[in-house]
Design a protein around this ligand. Structure first.
Ligand code: NAD
Ligand code: GLY
Length: 366
């Protein structure tokens, strides 16, 4: 097992990464100490991993409440949140209770938000079981749900007590979900670490094949990079916004197509190609770097084109994005591979051109 720390002063917490660790009672014992644990999971993940977690918690002497919600992005809504809060109240969870999120990013965002607001806030532990959740969503304390008008529009910053990322759980992940997680891994290299991007270029086939050592390296390096950013800028005053590379276009795809039709990672993948094309038009990213972005996204089995959505619709949806201020859309662009910038001075014509050159119509015309 490898452990690292998110250095957030009194809110600092460990991230543990290793195979088989979600059933390790020693990791939970110091966090629970006789407290009640409310495990939030779903009908896909619970049959695979709930028993191992339950046994570990029993070994710590914790009393456990299990709350299962529906699977999928659609679960990130008020009704599901209300059901979690209701189940916790019925089980008499108090302010010392600890919520444990067992699942992917949807469960982490939802259960984390429930923890943030239950009785004005209780502690929670992230036990991420998808690649996306292990490399991104479980770290950094962003929690929340969606609104029909915008992705992640309702939520809170609420840091976990610990992240326990069991890379062994990735063995049961459907290949499409593994690929979606790779989008956020690629993002970390593109925005923060050119050497990591090169490592991904060299090892993509091992990652796609589920090689445990390669996956562990990808999870650990992603968590190191994200932990550094979160420690420097927890509330996204500046640096952290760079982690939204590809997400402005990506959120527009997710909302425009209806939640769940494109996976978050797939939408981010196409969004990163659009953002790279935009970076070349706005300068100074060079064309060979854009080609490398396209090539790696494609090798990861991810879309390099958006859906058939009009540019005007993208612009409309992007204006609602959290990164837009006073109606001005802020984009994360690349200056080079491994170096990103935040821009709100971009010509809408360049944005439309970047969308157009990643559209199915263009591909069909070729
Ligand atoms: P997800 O949670 O829907 O999980 C994907 C699918 O895999 C689901 O069907 C799930 O039940 C299943 N699953 C989970 N673990 C499994 C396992 N080990 N074996 C088999 N099946 C398993 O999707 P996701 O990609 O993990 O997360 C996407 C969500 O994360 C989005 O809502 C996105 O907005 C959010 N997100 C949040 C942050 C953040 O900082 N909070 C960052 C990135 C993404
Ligand atoms: N996924 C972007 C962030 O956590 O800030």
């Amino acid at each position: 097992m490898q452990s690292l720390r998110v250095a957030l002063g009194a809110q600092a917490y460990p991230i543990h990464v290793g195979a088989g660790i979600l059933g390790d009672a020693a990791l939970y014992a110091p966090l629970l100490e006789g407290r009640r644990a409310a495990i939030v999971s779903n009908a896909v993940v619970a049959p695979l991993y709930l028993e191992r977690l339950r046994s570990a918690l029993a070994a710590c002497g914790a009393s456990v409440v299990e709350i299962l919600v529906e699977d999928g992005e659609q679960a990130k809504r008020w009704e599901t949140l209300d059901a979690i809060i209701g189940a916790m109240l019925e089980a008499r969870c108090d302010r010392r209770s600890v919520v444990i999120a067992l699942g992917g990013g949807v469960i982490g965002d939802l259960a984390g938000f429930a923890a943030a607001i239950y009785q004005r806030g209780v502690a929670f532990i992230q036990v991420p079981t998808t690649l996306l959740a292990q490399v991104d969503s479980s770290v950094g304390g962003k929690t929340g749900i969606n609104h029909a008008l915008g992705k992640n529009m309702i939520g809170a910053f609420h840091q976990p007590l610990a992240v326990i990322a069991d890379v062994g759980a990735l063995a049961t992940l459907p290949p499409r979900e593994l690929r979606a997680g790779l989008a956020e891994v690629i993002k970390h290299g593109l925005v923060l670490d050119a050497a990591f991007f090169e490592w991904l270029e060299a090892h993509m086939e091992r990652l796609l094949g589920g090689d445990p050592q390669a996956l562990t390296h990808a999870v650990v390096r992603s968590c190191e990079l994200k932990a550094q950013v979160v420690a420097a800028d927890e509330r996204e005053a500046g640096l952290r916004a760079l982690l939204n590379f590809g997400h402005t276009f990506g959120h527009a795809i997710e909302v425009g197509m209806g939640y769940g039709s494109w996976l978050h990672g797939e939408a981010v993948a196409a969004g990163m190609v659009m953002a790279a094309e935009l970076s070349a038009r706005a300068g100074p990213l060079d064309a060979s770097a854009v080609a490398r972005v396209r090539a790696l996204v494609a090798r990861a089995g991810l879309p390099v084109e958006g859906p058939d959505l009009a540019a005007a619709r993208y612009l409309e949806l992007m204006t609602v994005d959290k990164k837009a201020t006073a109606g001005r859309i802020r984009f994360v662009t690349l200056e080079a591979i491994g170096r990103a910038a935040l821009r709100d001075d971009l010509d809408p014509a360049a944005v439309r051109a970047a969308i157009a050159c990643c559209s199915p119509a263009r591909a069909a015309a070729q």
